[in-house]
Write a protein that binds this ligand. Structure first.
Ligand code: KG4
Ligand code: ZN
Length: 338
């Protein structure tokens, strides 16, 4: 018999609801919050309020779009961390009320694990799922991790950022250049027209498989401050080359550690996950490793890279099969827990 899961994502600034039937997505809707654009980052209080406005309409629409009745839903899965506490509480409170009203199990989902489990959504645009164990580079606005994925439950972090996340590096560099939040997709767009070797920014020296991106932000800041002294229009005149060079540096830092991780673990099945996996330069760098026959590469469909509830529903499905349900007094967590 098919299993239907309602998935809810509200960890940051996207309110999303999805319905999955086994491995297939029946609906995946996202309400983006525009209120943060002028602030250069997500404002937690505004995010919580926007989730309150969006959550009921988004869930209603997802259930309608899935063409199912509420009483067909077997369980409700929601993101319980990591993320912004106020945002997470909106999703968790709704999920609890929904589970109680329908008398169905409640499932908690780790947002970072869900990004990885998005690879198991059956979709013709992502024809193959990685076999276990595989390595996953999980890169988002809040996290940068190299993970050995042993199975759907055991995920071992073997490398992570010691300061900023890769997405944060994109967003902060964009902010310095006067681009609105989130700047990652805008840098990506400009980079496609620019020369990646036009400007050189240093790579950090970090031991093991960890990452550091705070130095890049500082070097972009000082470089632009110096250039603007001579030419106040320097950024506008060089936005494409600047974007391409910054992207080239971030991708270079990520790829160097990934190559090391593949060498150290001997695992050649390598996946990409999280919002930054939407980046065209990073996708290209991964595909290049596959063309060079070093790696077998798995990249999720674009819509399943940035925050979405389809991945939460997918993760919830696996927990449903395991009978891994949460009590109604469960509380969200803000920092990553393995
Ligand atoms: O996973 P995600 O949607 O949210 C978090 O869990 O953080 O990731 C959001 C991050 C933001 O930093 C955003 O700028 C970045 O992913 N991002 C990109 C691209 N699309 C989204 N960064 C670079 N290039 C992109 N195309
Ligand atoms: Zn995310």
């Amino acid at each position: 018999m098919s299993v239907y899961i309602l998935g809810i994502e509200s960890s940051c600034d996207d309110t999303s609801a999805a319905v999955i039937r086994d491995h297939k997505i029946l609906a995946n809707l996202i309400a983006n919050q525009q209120v943060h654009r002028d602030f250069g980052g997500v404002v937690p209080e505004l995010a919580s309020r926007a989730h309150q406005q969006n959550i009921i309409p988004v869930i209603n629409k997802a259930i309608l779009a899935a063409k199912i009745r509420k009483n067909q839903i077997n369980a409700v899965a929601f993101t319980n961390g990591p993320g912004l506490l106020g945002s997470l509480m909106v999703g968790s409170s709704f999920a609890k009320a929904f589970a109680l009203a329908l008398g169905i199990p409640l499932i908690t989902v780790n947002h970072m694990h869900a990004h990885i489990l998005a690879h198991f959504i059956e979709d013709e645009e992502q024809p193959k799922s990685p076999p276990f164990p595989f390595l996953c580079l999980t890169v988002s606005g809040g996290h940068t991790q190299i993970v050995v994925v042993h199975n759907t439950r055991e995920m071992e972090v073997i490398g992570q950022t010691i300061d900023d996340a890769a997405g944060e590096a994109f967003d902060k560099a964009a902010k310095i250049m006067g681009l609105p939040y989130p700047g990652g997709p805008l840098i990506d767009r400009h980079a496609q027209k620019g020369n990646p070797l036009a400007f050189r920014f240093p790579h950090p020296r970090v031991p093991g498989l960890d990452f550091s991106f705070s130095g890049l932000k500082t070097s972009v800041l000082y470089f632009l401050r110096d250039q603007l002294k001579n030419d106040p229009k320097f950024i506008a005149a060089n936005i494409d080359d600047l974007s391409a060079s910054i992207q080239h540096t971030i991708v270079g830092i990520l790829m160097k550690q990934m190559r090391k991780a593949v060498e150290q673990t001997g695992i050649r099945h390598v996946a990409l996950a999280g919002g930054v996996s939407a980046n065209s330069g990073l996708r290209r760098a991964f595909m290049q490793e596959q063309d060079d026959k070093n790696w077998e590469v798995y990249i999720p469909r674009f819509d399943y890279c940035t925050d979405n509830a389809a991945m939460i529903a997918m993760a919830g499905y696996f927990k449903y099969l395991d009978g891994d349900f949460a009590p109604l007094d469960t509380t969200p967590f803000t920092r990553y827990q393995g």
